[in-house]
Write a protein that binds this ligand. Structure first.
Ligand SMILES: Cc1ncc(COP(=O)(O)O)c(/C=N/[C@H](C)c2ccccc2)c1O
Length: 480
């Protein structure tokens, strides 16, 4: 690969590619020449340990030989056939998910494959509204469900709602005219450390033990008119929004959706396929959804793939109708070959159990860092998906006061997550987050203990800089 002219790559990159999250002037090209396991390799040979796991989507690790060989083999048979045709790859992928992983004696009925997570969300919202014949959907603050029209209508995390931000903006981003979708109600996020309802965890439960945020959500649905509400969509732990709920939240939400006769869409795009130490995140809570959405770990991002799994009643309903929809690349045979190989690899290598073990090890290391660094206010998560809340004092005050309600205006380099990111890169580790005060940490499911140690050492080094900033700010407060 040394014959690549990376100066030429940078020139064309700057000249012809539309940017996201940075103006052209702010943009800095970061060339990646190849990848390996949990590492990105730059043209000069620098190896970066990726504790974002890209976007928490390379569950089996980079360039798995079994997956690559399956893609090559499929290329000896197919270019492309569209979804009207049956292939062994599509049928096997469906069988693996419904029968072998979820268990067809349980809730799942049928699956539809698409190409991305946002398409899976669009499909799930369509199906829910068609099945219930109702227009409204309930989402939550800080939710991230994708960028397409329907998916972004249930995405409420500021800063990733496809708006445009002037670099010196003082107000809300320019939202897309006509994008505001009145068919969505916004419930509180179960963010106990910074509760939107002003409660403190442990004293917010009512006499039945129901959390205040669940009670608020229930009241909201009743006020909207539950006969108008098709579904509630949730992540079991908010990925981009970086909120990990108390253990009782998901079971209480599930109980509420059943009592109100609305569907529960569990968005497992990010938490699915072993990321949390179970095959799917909802399985931590002893509940069963009506619909789940899948992508990322479905193929471990070797080739883009997404899917929606619906329960038996919805599957029967859909089977008795001619559904007037099509997506060119739905169940693309090469993508399905990658999905089959990825799932076989995960089952053969017992990756879900490995993620659970890695998670226990990671938790111990993060709690050690919490004991050492006053800038850590909270550690929460499971499997290879953790949050670290960064605070500037023992009162758990966030460094950036607007916290999750901030967009990308002003100077994001002052965000604690970016300070940590900058310092950790000095140790060859990519680690950071998507909301100003909260690290969102993840790796592949089969990350080695050595690499966890390397990432934690880099985080330790970076946190020391944040602690120093805390001391500096405190001394300035004392002096002023
Ligand atoms: C719960 C969930 N649902 C749907 C989608 C949409 O999937 P897509 O991108 O259309 O394939 C995503 C995407 N995550 C984005 C890329 C992310 C994740 C973590 C931090 C920052 C961003 C997601 O997390």
């Amino acid at each position: 690969m040394s014959d690549i002219n990376w100066k030429q790559v940078e020139e064309w990159d700057n000249k012809y590619i539309l940017r996201t999250f940075a103006t052209q002037e702010e943009y800095e090209s970061v060339p990646i020449e190849s990848t390996d396991g949990d590492y990105l390799i730059m043209p000069d040979g620098t190896r970066l340990l990726d504790f974002f796991n890209q976007l928490y989507c390379v569950n089996s690790g980079q360039r798995v030989e079994k997956i690559n060989n399956a893609i090559k083999e499929a290329l000896n048979r197919y270019g492309f056939v569209w979804d009207a045709y049956s292939t062994d790859y599509k049928a096997r992928a469906a069988k693996y998910i419904i029968e072998d992983i979820l268990g067809n004696e349980n809730w799942p009925g049928k699956i539809r494959f698409v190409s991305t997570g946002s398409e899976a969300i669009e499909t799930a919202l369509f199906i829910a509204r068609l099945y219930k014949n109702r227009p409204l959907v309930v989402t939550r603050e800080y939710a991230y469900h994708g960028w397409t029209r329907g998916a972004s209508s249930v995405t409420k995390l500021k800063g990733v709602r496809s708006g445009l931000v002037e670099t010196d903006a003082q107000e809300e981003p320019v939202h897309i005219p006509g994008q505001q979708d009145g068919l969505v109600a916004i419930a509180p996020s179960p963010n106990c450390m910074r509760c939107s309802l002003g409660h403190t965890y442990g004293s917010c439960h009512d006499e039945s033990g129901e959390l205040a945020c669940v009670k608020y959500t229930r009241r909201m649905v009743e006020n909207q008119g539950k006969e108008k509400v098709a579904a509630m969509i949730t992540e079991v732990t908010q990925g981009a929004g970086s909120v990990h709920p108390p253990a009782e939240y998901i079971p209480q939400i599930r109980k509420m959706t059943k009592e109100l006769d609305i569907l529960w869409i569990a968005d497992e795009v990010l938490t699915g396929f072993g990321r949390t130490g179970e095959w799917f995140g909802y399985q931590h809570y002893g509940v069963e959804p009506d619909i789940i959405t899948l992508a990322k770990g479905l193929s471990s991002s070797a080739i883009p793939a997404g899917a929606v799994v619906v329960n038996k009643d919805i599957a029967d309903f859909m089977d008795n109708h001619r559904w007037e929809t099509v997506s060119t690349y739905s169940s693309h045979p090469i993508a399905m070959a990658a999905v089959c190989a990825n799932l076989e690899y995960m089952m053969e290598e017992n990756l879900v159990e490995k993620a659970k073990e890695a998670g226990e090890y990671m938790k111990g290391k993060l709690l050690d860092l919490k004991a050492k660094h006053p800038s850590i206010g909270q550690v929460a998560g499971f499997g290879v998906l953790w949050i670290v809340e960064l605070v500037k004092d023992e009162k758990l005050t966030p460094f950036i006061e607007m916290d999750r309600n901030v967009t990308h205006e002003g100077d994001p380099s002052k965000f604690p997550i970016n300070i940590i990111n900058e310092k950790a890169i000095e140790k060859g580790v990519l680690i950071g987050g998507f909301v100003p005060n909260t690290l969102r940490i993840g790796s592949s499911l089969n990350v080695s203990k050595e690499d966890i140690d390397k990432a934690m050492d880099a985080l330790d080094y970076a946190l020391s800089h944040l602690d120093a900033q805390m001391v500096l700010e405190k001394s300035e407060e004392v002096l002023t």
